[in-house]
Design a protein around this ligand. Structure first.
Ligand SMILES: [Zn+2]
Length: 288
């Protein structure tokens, strides 16, 4: 069922793409296409017209955006050319970008929005994790707050589960509220098979969605999937600072302590998984 919905969504995305790859003049007519093609806006995905036209989805935004009605008209390509002075038009343009950002934050946590962002993630449109042991893991945008004008967008790595500042200052200055605090975590909740494995890739950097990634990378949240939680925890690689081959004292001491804690935790998880397995087998034996 989910598979079928997914395929339908993908079909729909493909159809939209076909339309948007029109001639230069078609492109200029559509505000959203122009906005998405502008340098620096590569993190944004296309919000479908149906979503914007449903006023229910925009509840409350009229109180947050100045010149709301005109900004919305501009996004929907309904703003007439007449009677608006250049200065006012420039102001509305700024309001429209802000409004699009706020709509975008709501859209990307819907099922259709998630599917669009998943496609961008697969293409690594948001860049890759700079951490060596993450093996060029593609990133996802995340906000540190849902309130606009507070914090710029950051990039979340699902492999090391940490966040990074975008490389380019164009991206680094985008408001984090246009993506929100929920988005990347919602994406992995809806697509658990996209959660990358903690272990090193067997051959070359893995691309999510590729054959090898989906085969061995089936580590879901909290033990869902083919690899056990304990096995996944054991596979996480870490960097160890060394001076002439010896561990740096303070860091080494810390890491020894952390690893002892990890081993203890892994031991508990393994015991739990053994108990569960035993319980399952007893149940199977009873029902026979
Ligand atoms: Zn990482």
């Amino acid at each position: 069922m989910a598979q079928m919905q997914m395929q339908q969504l993908m079909g729909r995305t493909a159809a939209v793409d076909d339309i948007s790859t029109g001639s230069e003049s078609d492109y200029a007519k559509c505000w959203i296409s122009w906005f998405l093609s502008t340098k620096g806006n590569e993190y944004f995905c296309e919000v479908e017209e149906d979503y914007i036209l449903d006023r229910f989805n925009l509840t409350g935004l009229n109180a947050e955006v100045q010149n709301y009605a005109q900004a919305l008209d501009l996004i929907n390509d309904n703003l007439g050319d007449d009677d608006i002075e250049d200065e006012m038009r420039a102001t509305i343009e700024v309001n429209a970008r802000f409004l699009y950002g706020l709509i975008h934050a709501r859209w990307i946590v819907t099922s259709r929005g998630l599917a669009k962002m998943l496609e961008k993630y697969k293409k690594a449109d948001f860049g890759r994790c700079p951490r060596v042991f993450c093996y060029s893991q593609p990133l996802l945008p995340v906000g540190l707050t849902d309130v606009p004008y507070e914090k710029a967008v950051k990039l979340y790595c699902p492999r090391c589960e940490d966040i990074y500042t975008p490389k380019s200052s164009r991206h680094g200055s985008i408001d984090g509220a246009y993506f929100g605090t929920t988005f990347p975590h919602m994406l992995f909740m809806v697509y658990p098979h996209m959660v990358p494995p903690k272990s090193a890739p067997s051959a070359g950097p893995q691309v999510p969605g590729s054959q090898s990634a989906s085969r061995e990378g089936a580590v879901g949240p909290a033990g869902v999937g083919t690899v056990s939680t304990a096995a996944a925890a054991m596979k996480a690689e870490r960097y160890k600072p060394k001076i002439f081959g010896f561990g740096v004292h303070e860091t080494a001491r810390w890491q020894r302590w952390q690893e002892a804690m990890r081993d203890k935790q892994v031991g508990r998880l393994e015991a739990y998984e053994r108990d569960e397995e035993g319980r399952r087998q007893r149940e199977v034996a009873r029902t026979r």
